[in-house]
Design a protein around this ligand. Structure first.
Ligand code: PMP
Length: 355
């Protein structure tokens, strides 16, 4: 606290990212990073970009990257916006589209950054409870004005809606923006990108942090009608014209071009997810059906707090949230086979000790 702070700063309640501790031998399953490296071609492109040309500013429009994303997703470059991680893209979407006279709607259990942006930007919001099965129910958004943001798959539940449900949501509220945060879509959910042709109010946000293992590069993007993208660009150019450096633009393009690496990594993660889910069920956990690179699970006899603390003592880090509806759950990132067996061994030990 400082008397030099602005009133805005006093009123903030910042997002708390998962820890990044430097513990030797740590099994890190707390921030949904990929256990595999990015495409070697991306690393090569980033190295090549570390050159004399770094004295020059990067392309502020990231034209080549937007063209590559447009070709990949079968849209036009005017329908693509890129930013410094999808967190920044989301922040610009909140400012450009989601700040409206009617309160913004989002689920009571979702990405905990959404209320943080609302505070920063002075956006009024209303949360809509997930149903008893921890699912988003589109019908619960009917009859309320105001824009909507939904993570699909949702976080931290991992549960996905089919794209027909997203279409129903966008169709029912043609006069307000609908933002779909697809950070985890590549692990088995359906993208809403093909719907943007029919719904000029629909913005889809994706990231290279998870399925492309580039969390450290910070590249996220949005796809939607050109007029929505223009709104985001107006905010970006009022904030930071060069959110992506040359290495980030080059690495992202090379990643998109390496389809084989992308497909291989995501299929291993989906296989490991199925194996981990089965192992957790055998240990007595209830595991929500995940379409993401993490699972959300709780044990009937042990609190989330106690389990995450006991795992931490065994150098296994998972994410635990204290919000009332989810305090009993652990969110466990899908790691490599070795990491997951370290986790299940540690859990077996903890459950035997306290069971
Ligand atoms: N959306 C959701 C639902 C997330 O969980 C995350 C990761 N914390 C992000 C967006 C942001 O990811 P990034 O900024 O790395 O693209």
């Amino acid at each position: 606290m400082s008397r030099f702070w602005s009133e805005l700063v006093h009123g903030l309640s910042p997002y708390v990212p998962g820890e990044q501790p430097q513990i030797p031998g740590l099994v890190k399953l707390n921030t949904n990073e990929s256990p595999f490296g990015p495409s070697p071609k991306a690393i090569e492109a980033i190295r090549a970009a570390a050159a004399d040309t770094l004295r020059l500013y990067p392309d502020p429009q990231a034209t080549q990257l937007r063209e590559a994303l447009a070709a990949y997703h079968e849209v036009s470059p005017e329908q693509v916006f890129v930013g410094n991680g999808s967190d920044e893209v989301l922040a610009h979407a909140f400012a450009a589209l989601l700040k409206q006279p009617a309160p913004l709607l989002f689920p009571d259990v979702t990405y905990s950054f959404y209320p943080v942006y609302c505070r920063l930007l002075g956006i009024d919001y209303t949360t809509v409870p997930l149903d008893a099965g921890m699912r988003v129910r589109i019908d619960d958004y009917a009859g309320r004005p105001g824009p909507v943001i939904i993570a699909n798959p949702n976080a931290p539940t991992g549960i996905a809606l089919p794209s027909a449900e997203i279409a129903r949501l966008a169709a029912a509220r043609r006069d307000t923006a609908v933002v779909i945060d697809e950070a985890y879509v590549d692990f088995g959910a359906e993208t809403a990108i093909p719907l943007i042709r029919d719904y000029p109010n629909l913005l889809v946000v994706q990231t290279m942090s998870k399925s492309r293992a580039l969390a450290g590069l910070r590249v996220g993007y949005a796809i939607g009608d050109a007029a929505l993208i223009e709104g985001l660009t107006r905010v970006k150019d009022s904030f930071n014209s060069y959110p992506l450096g040359r290495p980030a633009q080059a690495g992202a393009i090379a990643s998109i071009e390496d389809e084989a690496h992308f497909q291989q990594a995501r299929s291993v993660i989906m296989k490991n997810r199925a194996d981990l889910t089965a192992a957790l069920v055998r240990l007595g956990f209830e595991v929500l059906p995940s379409s993401a690179n993490f699972v959300f699970a709780r044990h009937p006899d042990h609190s989330g707090q106690a389990l995450s603390a006991a795992l931490r003592q065994r150098a296994v880090l998972v994410r635990h949230f204290t919000a009332p509806r989810i305090a009993d759950y652990l969110r466990i990132t899908i790691g490599s086979e070795t990491e997951l067996s370290r986790l299940t061994d540690a859990l077996r030990e903890v459950l035997a000790k306290n069971g």
